[in-house]
Ligand binder design. Structure first.
Ligand code: NAD
Ligand code: 3DD
Length: 508
């Protein structure tokens, strides 16, 4: 798929960057200090990522990913750097972006671009604090490979890369691209704009050849998996997807225990507020909500949750956790966390009724769980003032309420501008948790590279055998001494001595 490098091509929106910049990479800090810091943390992280270490040992020589051209859209952190360098050690070529404008760790990006020995670095287009236009510019750069061959695999987190390719191909098939004015959000306007600009620069047969070369996608997270199943149901899926999120060793670890670690880390780094004794509401009590509630409870906050699912609500009750509504919490709760994967969970009206200096944050994938657009509209109307405390921490001061100091307007503190707080205000989950997630990702990429065409345009999950293999690879870190089944015992519970130990319908 060749890209005609249009000389003197226009820049994309306000990025001051040519649409097809033909840059080898673009990161924020290429200083020797950033590279050295990133490399040191990558080395430390690898030691905490035994699953990836084991895959490098098992497959480093045979290069099973030789010929794979992987476009990755996943938070550019130290842990992701270890994933990237595992994929390349197994033979893949990669081009990488972050899947969130605030989640890049610039020293991680710098070290990946420099490479392990200060050479053979990988193309990364990511920096912390990207604008939305820069974010989608980066995605286009990573999807646009030099030469005639484009990506043949996508590794996605949230589905933005998959979405851009699908929308591009769809509008080429249908003909007209909607007008930017039809966009329902600032981000949707940027996506439509980049599709218009690409068509102006490359014509109307750019995305379909790209999509035709992509053999499959492995999807990291709940929200991205939801998007894939929706496209499958609608018959719109252009290539097979592997749902990495629903490997047990991903969602029942990363989503739960990762958030248990990283939620309060983020709140503390952002605000230094005392969490003990404070009243906290977690919206959503699924995997992330359970981990988030546990995170706050470990700090002895008084945690309640909101839920729509009676089963999850009952689970909360079994943990001694009250199940209330957002409205019940508004007047006297101190901390609000959204973890639903849904939208408009906390509205501008809710926030206008919260106590002074209540902390509001989101740990779901997208920034629409908190009604940030509604707040921005209030700023436009002069009803609200946005004051930066520090990057990714803002005081939003209401002009017309009377329950603030001295009977004046109250304020609330919003973290990471409503984007996932653990990566916007901290460094996300620790390496050992991400090791399980990324071992699944690597196995999924290997499976797609070997057998994508056998899947059709469907969404599937990895086998239980692989799930149990991922778990096994992480036991030594905890000094586990696993009991072995006797053959008689295996026969008695109708499993093999070597596993799998649970039926496919088992819920962990
Ligand atoms: P989940 O489906 O297990 O849980 C979401 C829960 O929210 C469900 O129980 C659902 O009933 C509930 N819910 C939906 N709408 C609601 C509403 N209006 N009010 C109250 N509850 C509501 O999903 P999950 O795996 O917990 O993921 C949640 C989000 O977090 C997703 O967007 C996922 O992609 C993201 N995620 C983020 C991280 C991170 O590190 N920040 C890690 C993993 C997943
Ligand atoms: N996510 C959380 N911490 C992360 C880290 N340190 N590196 C990369 C990604 C990280 C997000 C994941 O939990 C992802 O699996 C998700 O969002 O589901």
């Amino acid at each position: 798929m060749s890209v005609s490098l249009v000389p003197d091509q226009p820049v994309f929106m306000d990025t001051n960057l040519p649409l097809f910049a033909n840059l080898p990479y673009k990161v924020a800090d290429e200083s020797p200090e950033a590279i050295a810091f990133g490399r040191k943390e990558i080395d430390l992280a690898l030691h905490e990522m035994p699953g990836l270490e084991a895959l490098r040992e098992e497959y480093g020589a045979s290069k099973p990913l030789a010929g794979a051209r992987i476009m990755g859209s996943l938070h550019m952190t130290i842990q992701t750097a270890v994933l990237i360098e595992t994929l390349t050690e197994l033979g893949a070529e990669v081009r990488w972006v972050s899947c969130n404008i605030f989640s890049t760790q610039d020293h991680a990006a710098a070290a990946v671009v420099a490479g392990p020995e200060g050479k053979d670095g990988q193309p990364v287009f990511a920096w912390k604090g990207e604008t939305l236009a820069e974010y989608w510019w980066c995605t286009l750069q990573a999807l646009t490979w030099p030469g005639d061959q484009g990506a043949n695999l996508i590794l996605d987190d949230g589905g933005d890369a998959t979405l851009l390719v699908h929308l591009g191909a769809q509008y080429e098939h249908e003909g007209p691209i909607p007008a930017v004015s039809t966009a329902g959000s600032e981000e949707e306007a940027v996506i439509i704009q980049i599709l218009h600009d690409v068509r102006a620069a490359q014509g109307d047969n750019f995305w379909r050849p790209m999509a035709a070369q992509i053999r499959g996608v492995s999807e990291e997270t709940t929200t991205g998996v939801h998007r894939l199943y929706k496209m499958q149901t609608e018959g719109k899926l252009l290539f097979p997807g592997i749902n990495v999120n629903d490997s047990v060793t991903k969602s029942k670890f990363d989503n739960v225990y990762g958030c248990r670690h990283s939620l309060v880390d983020a709140i503390m780094r952002a605000t230094d507020v005392l969490i003990s004794g404070k009243r906290a509401l977690v919206c959503g009590y699924g995997d992330v909500g359970k981990g988030s509630a546990a995170s706050l409870e470990a700090q002895f906050a008084k945690v309640s949750v909101s839920e729509v699912d009676p089963i999850c609500a009952l689970q909360a009750c079994m943990m001694g956790t009250d199940v209330i509504t957002v409205e019940d919490a508004l007047e006297d709760f101190d901390i609000f966390v959204t973890a639903t994967g849904n939208y408009n969970i906390i509205t501008a009206d809710h926030m206008s009724r919260m106590k002074h200096n209540a902390i509001v944050c989101n740990i779901g994938h997208f920034d629409n769980e908190i009604d940030m657009a509604g707040l921005e509209a209030m700023v436009e109307r002069g009803e609200l003032e946005k004051i930066e405390v520090k990057p990714q921490v803002h005081e939003w001061r209401f002009k017309n309420t009377t329950h603030g100091p001295n009977g004046g307007g109250h304020s609330i503190l919003i973290l990471a501008e409503g984007r996932l707080v653990n990566l916007g205000c901290a460094t996300g989950h620790p390496s050992l948790v991400m090791s399980a997630s990324f071992t699944n990702q690597t196995l999924a990429q290997m499976e797609l590279h070997a057998n994508a065409e056998s899947y059709g345009k469907t969404v599937t999950v990895l086998s239980k055998e692989l799930d149990e293999k991922v778990a096994r690879l992480h036991l030594a870190k905890f000094g586990v001494n696993l009991t072995e089944l006797s053959q008689e015992q295996a026969d008695y519970i109708d499993v093999k001595v070597e596993g799998p130990y649970k039926p496919s319908h088992y819920r962990y």
